[in-house]
Design a protein around this ligand. Structure first.
Ligand SMILES: Nc1ncnc2c1ncn2[C@@H]1O[C@H](COP(=O)(O)OP(=O)(O)OP(=O)(O)O)[C@@H](O)[C@H]1O
Ligand SMILES: [Mg+2]
Length: 323
C-alpha cells in the first residue's frame, strides 16, 4: 500500500499547549552516542560518522536525523470502533528525542495509538500534538478546526512506521519500495531518491538485494527493507509496532541490533510497542504500561520490568514471561 491518504479529521478537542511547553514533561535524554549539535550524523554498517562523507573507507552513508525531532502529546484522545471505546480520554507525552516503549495486553489499543499518529485511523476526540502543531486540527481565525488534506499531508511527513507484518509494496522491488515515497510524497528526483535508498540499503546490510522482490527475501530481510523504507522518508518520529514478533527467533537479534543502533545514533522521537523486555530496556528511556485505553503506570524500563508498582503490571509481565 503506498503512503495512504485519510479523508478527514475528527471533531475538535480541548487544550492548546504543545509538548515542549508542558510542565513536568520529561526532558529529552542526551541523544545517545556520537556527538551532538545540528551537524547531520550518518550511520553505516561500519559505525557512525559526524558528517556525511566522513565515514572511514568512504562508502555510501545514510543520514539519520539529529537535533530536530518534535515531541508528541496525546490530550484527552478518544478513539472508538463502533461501540468499542478503545482510547478513553488518553493523556500522555513523549518529549522531543525521547524513546518510549508501550506495553500492555492484547487489544488494549497500542497499535491504534500508532495508527492515529500515522493518520491511518481517524480521531474521535481530543488532540494529538506533534511538536507545536496539532495533527488532526489546525488554527483558523483563532479557532481550532478539523485539518484539511494539505495539513494532514504535511504533518504525516514527520512520522514513519515499521509494522509487524513488514507491509512492503509486493509489486515493487526493494529499491522501488524505498524510492516510491520520497519521489511521490517528498518530491525528490529519481536520482536523489535512488542515492538515498542505496545509502540506507548499505546501512541495513542489503546492498545486494536492491532488485529483489519482497517474496524473494527472508522475514528478517523484509523487515530491514521496511526499516530502510521508513527512514527514506527522513521522519522525525519513528513508530515501531512489534517489529520482530513475526520473525523466526534467529532473525530477531539482527533486526533488534539494527534498531538499537539507529535509536542511539539518531535523535528520532521513538514510540515502540514490544513485549521483549531486553529490547525495550535497550531501546527506550521510559516504559508506559497501558490497559483499557489508559496508562496504568510509567517509569524507566528497570523499574517497570524490575519493580512495577501496580498489580495490573505485575500480572501482565508474569503472563508475558509465561508465554
Ligand atoms: N479497524 C478496526 N475495526 C474495528 N475494531 C478495531 C479495529 N482496529 C482495532 N480494533 C479494536 O480496537 C481494540 C484495540 O486494538 P489494537 O490493535 O490497538 O490493540 P493492541 O493493543 O495493539 O493489541 P495487540 O497486542 O494484540 O496487537 C481491539 O478491541 C480491536 O479489536
Ligand atoms: Mg497491536
Amino acid at each position: 500500500m503506498p503512503p495512504s491518504d485519510t479523508d478527514e479529521a475528527g471533531p475538535g478537542g480541548v487544550g492548546d499547549r504543545p509538548p515542549s511547553e508542558i510542565p513536568g514533561a520529561p526532558k529529552a535524554p542526551a541523544p545517545g552516542d556520537g556527538g551532538s549539535g545540528s551537524a547531520p550524523n550518518v550511520v553505516t554498517e561500519k559505525g557512525v560518522a559526524t558528517q556525511k562523507g566522513e565515514v572511514p573507507g568512504g562508502e555510501q552513508a545514510a543520514e539519520l536525523p539529529r537535533g530536530t525531532a518534535p515531541g508528541i502529546r496525546f490530550e484527552k484522545v478518544v478513539k472508538r470502533f463502533g461501540s468499542n471505546v478503545v482510547l478513553r480520554e488518553l493523556d500522555f507525552t513523549v518529549a522531543p528525542g525521547e524513546r518510549v516503549t508501550l506495553i500492555g495486553p492484547s487489544g488494549s489499543g497500542k497499535t491504534t495509538i500508532l495508527r492515529l499518529l500515522m493518520t491511518l485511523e481517524k480521531l474521535d476526540g481530543g488532540l494529538i500534538w506533534i511538536g507545536d502543531e496539532t495533527l488532526w486540527h489546525r488554527e483558523r481565525g483563532g479557532k481550532r478546526v478539523p485539518a484539511d488534506q494539505k495539513h494532514l499531508h504535511e504533518m504525516r511527513k514527520q512520522v514513519g512506521m515499521v509494522f509487524q507484518q513488514f507491509n512492503l509494496f509486493p509489486n515493487m522491488n526493494v529499491l522501488h519500495n524505498l524510492t516510491e515515497g520520497p519521489v511521490r510524497v517528498l518530491g525528490l528526483s529519481k536520482d536523489e531518491a535512488v542515492e538515498r535508498a542505496r545509502g540506507l540499503l548499505d546501512m541495513v546490510g542489503l546492498t545486494d538485494k536492491e532488485n529483489a522482490h519482497p517474496t524473494q527475501l527472508s522475514g528478517g530481510q523484509q523487515q530491514r527493507v521496511a526499516i530502510a523504507r521508513a527512514l527514506a522518508m527522513q521522519p522525525k518520529v519513528l513508530l515501531l509496532d512489534e517489529v520482530t514478533s513475526a520473525l523466526d527467533p534467529e532473525l530477531v537479534v539482527g533486526v533488534q541490533d539494527l534498531l538499537r543502533d539507529i535509536a542511539r545514533q539518531s535523535d528520532l522521537t521513538l514510540l515502540c510497542v514490544t513485549h521483549e523486555m531486553g529490547f525495550a530496556k535497550d531501546i527506550s528511556n521510559r516504559v508506559l504500561m497501558f490497559d483499557q485505553g489508559q496508562i496504568v503506570e510509567e517509569g524507566p524500563p528497570d523499574q517497570i520490568f524490575g519493580e512495577p508498582s501496580e498489580q495490573r503490571t505485575r500480572d501482565f509481565l508474569q503472563a508475558v514471561l509465561a508465554s
